[in-house]
Design a protein around this ligand. Structure first.
Ligand code: HEC
Length: 150
């Protein structure tokens, strides 16, 4: 080993290792899957949720009344995020992107009401909101979604 380093045989491999750990470090704020292991993260997410999401998704995350219908403008209503709807069918990357960019950037000609929160919430805030949302999910749905997000 020491001899290898001396003769620099390991150099390319070491460089590649350093490069990948730097990339990992740079993206570590987007660390998926997002778990419910950190109480602090959930508490922060609750505050961000209550400041930004309650008006449509409701304080208990249950979504709009009769959420499967459309509102007076003909737009879809806010679905529940509490595990009864379909939020847990999406992996963390998708959920993060929906909250960050809104559906407008993801769906062509989108005219609905789910706008992005890029200007208001950092990536870390968004991950915290997701941890808070997941804290409502039944264990089987949580486990399923965590597996999808790995
Ligand atoms: C102005 C109302 C409004 C606000 C505020 C809002 N949403 Fe939404 N959201 C919607 C609507 C409406 C949809 C359904 C989108 C559609 O189908 O057009 C949606 C969809 C979503 C989805 C996809 C859910 C799924 O099951 O597919 C997620 C996740 C979500 N919102 C999270 C959030 C979070 C987190 C916040 C706060 C940071 C937030 N929303 C704020 C209206 C809103």
């Amino acid at each position: 080993m020491i001899k290898d380093i001396k003769t620099l045989k390991l150099k390319p491999i070491l460089l590649i290792a350093v490069y990948f750990s730097l990339i990992n470090f740079a993206y570590s704020h987007n660390h998926f899957p997002i778990t419910i292991d950190s109480k602090i993260m959930i508490a922060k997410g609750k505050i961000a949720y209550e400041n930004n999401c309650v008006s449509c998704h409701m304080i208990n995350l249950a979504g709009a009344k009769n959420w499967k219908g459309v509102d007076e403008d003909g737009h879809r209503k806010a679905p529940p995020l509490n595990g009864t709807g379909h939020t847990w069918h999406h992996d963390d990357k998708t959920l993060h992107a929906i909250i960050k960019n809104g559906l407008a950037k993801l769906v062509k000609n989108y005219e609905g009401k789910m706008i992005g929160f890029e200007d208001k919430l950092s990536d870390k805030d968004i991950d915290s909101v997701l941890a808070y949302i997941k804290s409502y999910w039944p264990k089987d749905k949580y486990d399923h979604q965590i597996n999808m997000s790995k």
